[in-house]
Design a binder for this molecule. Structure first.
Ligand SMILES: Cc1ncc(COP(=O)(O)O)c(C=O)c1O
Length: 350
């Protein structure tokens, strides 16, 4: 298998490094989370709570979901990897949309499972295509909603249609890593976990700005949670991570403001790039995807920005070699990226 592609972030001599490549938050964690993590370090000689008691109670209260069904992971990546380890293998394949988050493939390969893909239409997940690609040995279907790197999303009705069309023995994993950026649309999916065959994943890495603390979580049907715990590291989230995440949940205003600032900058960047002639579709996340026209154009534009210390994320790994993804970072960095891309488009015309 090929290694998971990590961002290569080394700025040329004399240039400030501007990373718009990892979908991190545009601002640091809530001050409450920072204070809680610092305080928790005093208990750093003790193993963390293996049941994430306070964090689970806080998640349960906030989302109105049962605490027993919640499992927390060392980032949602751990939960994704444990899901394939527990429920996929040579006889149970994994299916995902063709431009899906690349770690789904890695996780499937780790479990020695076949990874099948279904076509998308203009960067949008197609429920019909997914249903058509289901095979007798399909065991798990992963869908990120909203999607990374496309930024598009399926409505609740479409996800319900997907679930209805899948066999009952197929696990549907709805990865809502960017869910908070779309929560204003008021289409929560947590109730699907009650049916016993669907899992909803979320993370603190994006809207809560805690990517470096590695805290993800999910709502699982009881039997699935029991199986998953068998393959999980029992001490997976540090005391500081658990404390930071619990405190971040208590500061909803801060998280909602992060989403608001992100949306303003994102939509502004989208308009600016469209005016400069770029093809940028609507995004429900903290990034935008630019269609550059061809893989060669994408590569040259990426190189031009790297030469200035600005790192976007090429998308050849998920079959979108003609695209560049731009994470919505701080305003000055987004302005810099927009200016460089405008200049690049001008130069291309001449
Ligand atoms: C769709 C999706 N799922 C999961 C993750 C992993 O998040 P975490 O930091 O919680 O492991 C990412 C990170 O970029 C993502 O884009």
């Amino acid at each position: 298998m090929s290694p998971y592609a990590l961002a290569q972030l080394i700025a040329p001599d004399g240039k400030r490094l501007v990373s718009l490549s990892q979908n991190e938050s545009l601002r640091p964690p809530s001050p409450l989370a920072i204070a809680a993590a610092a305080k928790a370090l005093a208990a750093g000689h003790l193993y963390p709570d293996p049941d994430w008691g306070e964090l689970r109670a806080a998640l349960s209260g906030l989302h109105g979901i049962p605490a027993e069904g919640i499992l927390c992971g060392n980032g949602s990546m751990e939960l994704i990897a444990c899901l394939t380890q527990a429920f996929a293998d040579e006889r149970r394949a994994v299916l995902a949309p063709v431009h899906a988050y690349p770690f789904f493939r890695t996780a499937a390969q780790l479990a020695r499972a076949r990874f099948d893909t279904a076509p998308e239409i203009d960067g949008r997940v197609s429920v019909d295509a997914l249903l058509q690609r289901v095979r007798p040995d399909t065991g798990i279907v992963f869908v990120a909603n909203p999607g990374n790197p496309t930024g598009t999303r399926l409505s609740r009705d479409e996800l319900l249609r997907l679930r209805k069309g899948l066999r009952k023995d197929i696990l549907l994993v709805i990865d809502e890593a960017y869910g908070e950026f779309a929560d204003h649309l008021d289409e929560p999916m947590f109730d699907l976990a009650e049916s016993g065959d669907t899992i909803i994943l979320r993370t603190f890495s994006k809207a809560y700005g805690l990517a470096g603390m590695r805290v993800g979580w999910g709502l699982f049907p009881g039997e699935i949670a029991e199986e998953l715990r068998k393959v999980m590291n029992p001490n997976n989230i540090s005391v500081a991570g658990q404390a930071a995440a619990t405190a971040a949940l208590a500061d909803q205003d801060y998280m909602v403001e992060t989403c608001r600032q992100t949306a303003v900058l994102r939509d502004g960047l989208q308009r600016r790039l469209q005016l400069a002639g770029y093809d940028v579709s609507e995004s429900f996340t903290n990034f935008v995807l630019i269609r550059m026209g061809s893989p060669d154009t994408a590569r040259r534009a990426d190189e031009a920005l790297r030469a200035e210390g600005v790192f976007l994320r090429p998308q050849g790994g998920v079959g979108l070699a003609d695209c560049l993804r731009v994470t919505i970072g701080a305003a000055e960095n987004i302005n810099l990226a927009a200016r460089l891309l405008e200049r690049w488009a001008e130069k291309e015309k001449t």
